[in-house]
Design a protein. Structure first.
Length: 479
């Protein structure tokens, strides 16, 4: 998910702003935290073993440079289980580029295991309860890592010290501290956005301008989106809006993290409210102008490139190919606003070490490598996830990713932003998604009455949180 521009100062500013805006928006929900300490020097010595020197500076800005133990990495083979970068082309990049370079540098052989959220949860529970831990490092979303930390299944990473040469946004640092420990190191950020073929701007409804859409003004609402979709349908002879609602698509995130917060102010607790009824009525009306192949599409880059749709919603990583292939044809825009605000998901992926994991020194060395600014830029260029370290902005070269950067920046900086996080439900995460997909299928595709369906499903949804003891996710927990 390819190459963004830092040849000029303007572009540096744009990318830097993205990270800073993530901090500003999420800080509203996470609260204030003490300043992130300045990082210090890094020494890497490689012979038969690799030596990484780090310094321990947790929670304060040091006036002197403290010392910390040297981590010696012996040749080893470790398992990295990850719910992220699982699609075949992304795994190829991880194995053939990232891990190949890491092995050359450290003599550590890493087996990358792409795994589902549910399977990772089951494996973690099995290994932790049996005491036979095989996973040395894992990559997962904040919600999953929150769940594992609540169970006491993660090492406190503060024992390794800080990572020199990189600055993590303060709010990401705060999110990564869970249940009294440093549970994970922020690894990647992402969100889901709308992509517009510039041809679609010729068909804007009355009262809506191109600037309104690109900047996410108060006029760019779901009602305006409906009017635009209808006009495109009527004046081009067919539907020009598409969603990744196929078997492996991420449309469920649009339902629970975008529409529900925008119309009801919450993801879960207002699931069967009167506002939710209005939301489903809206989606039924919008779906008349959505491309029928949406229920078969798992990602929207190809439909955009083929011209099958002119407006699409998807994960930034899954639409990157459209932007890099035809950068002059597409623009990333903020999602529309609903009655309660402009709901959207902020995705935070982190790297953690399971409790009692083998080869923890090698796992920490891999975390150090994966969070280097230059490594983070490679991830952005190849798979479209945004860096978590501020120093990466100065290393991004000019190119089509500027479009992604500007679009994400515009979304995060909208004044009515309503941030949603994916909940921490462990193995029940699949059941959570199924509730929303079932509601969509029954209400929108099968035309069942709205209120009976959501009234039936609401206890199932809320029961997942009662059963697991998981907290309600933002914005529910903030309202």
């Amino acid at each position: 998910m390819s190459n963004l521009g830092m040849a000029d100062t303007k572009t540096i500013t744009i990318i830097g702003v993205i990270v800073l805006v993530i901090v500003a928006v999420a800080a509203y929900y996470a609260g204030q935290q003490s300043a992130v300490p300045q990082t210090v020097t890094e020494t890497v010595t490689q012979t038969v073993t690799s030596t990484v020197t780090v310094t321990t500076t947790v929670g304060v800005t040091p006036t002197t440079t403290p010392t910390s133990p040297t981590i010696t990495v012996k040749p080893a083979k470790i398992i990295w289980a990850s719910t992220q970068l699982v699609p075949p082309e992304e795994q190829a990049f991880v194995k053939n580029t990232l891990l190949a370079e890491f092995k050359k540098e450290t003599n550590v052989d890493v087996e990358f295991v792409g795994i589902s959220y549910e399977d990772l949860s089951v494996r973690m529970e099995s290994e932790q309860t049996s005491g036979k831990v095989t996973i040395s490092i894992m990559g997962d979303l904040h919600g999953g890592l929150d769940y594992f930390a609540s169970k006491g299944w993660l090492e406190d990473l503060s024992k390794f010290g800080t990572l020199p040469g990189r600055t993590f946004p303060k709010v990401l640092e705060e999110y990564s501290r869970l249940y009294g420990i440093k549970a994970y190191v922020p690894w990647m950020t992402a969100t889901y956005v709308m992509v517009v073929n510039k041809e679609a701007f010729k068909y804007l409804p009355e009262g809506l301008t191109e600037e309104d859409v690109i900047k996410g003004t108060s006029k760019w609402t779901y009602d305006a989106f409906l009017a635009w979709a209808k006009k495109l349908y009527e004046e081009t002879g067919g539907p020009k809006v598409g969603f990744p609602a196929g078997p492996k698509g991420l449309f469920v995130r649009f339902l629970h993290g975008y529409l529900y917060p925008a119309f009801t102010g919450a993801q879960v607790k207002n699931f069967d409210s009167d506002d939710a009824v209005k939301m489903w009525e809206y989606l039924k009306e919008l779906w008349k102008y959505v491309h029928p192949s949406s229920t078969t599409w798992d990602a929207m880059a190809d439909p955009l490139l083929k011209g099958e749709v002119w407006i699409a919603w998807d994960h930034t990583a899954r639409i990157k190919d459209a932007i890099t292939t035809k950068p002059d044809q597409f623009v990333i825009v903020p999602v529309p606003a609903g009655p309660k605000g402009r709901g959207f998901i902020l995705v935070i992926a982190g790297l953690a070490i399971p409790k009692n994991a083998p080869h923890q020194d090698a796992a920490w060395a891999l975390i150090e490598y994966l969070t280097r600014p230059e490594t983070q830029v490679k991830v952005l260029e190849n798979v479209g996830f945004f860096p978590t370290v501020q120093e990466a902005s100065a290393k991004i070269a000019a190119g089509p990713l500027k479009i992604l950067a500007e679009g994400v920046g515009n979304l995060l900086s909208t004044p009515d932003a309503l941030v949603a996080l994916i909940p921490s439900l462990g193995a029940k995460g699949g059941d959570f998604k199924n509730v929303y997909i079932t509601a969509f299928q029954r209400i929108v595709l099968n035309n069942e009455d709205i209120k009976p369906v959501i009234s039936e499903l609401a206890p199932v949804l809320k029961g997942l949180f009662e059963e697991t003891g998981a907290p309600l996710p933002p914005p529910d927990s903030k309202s």
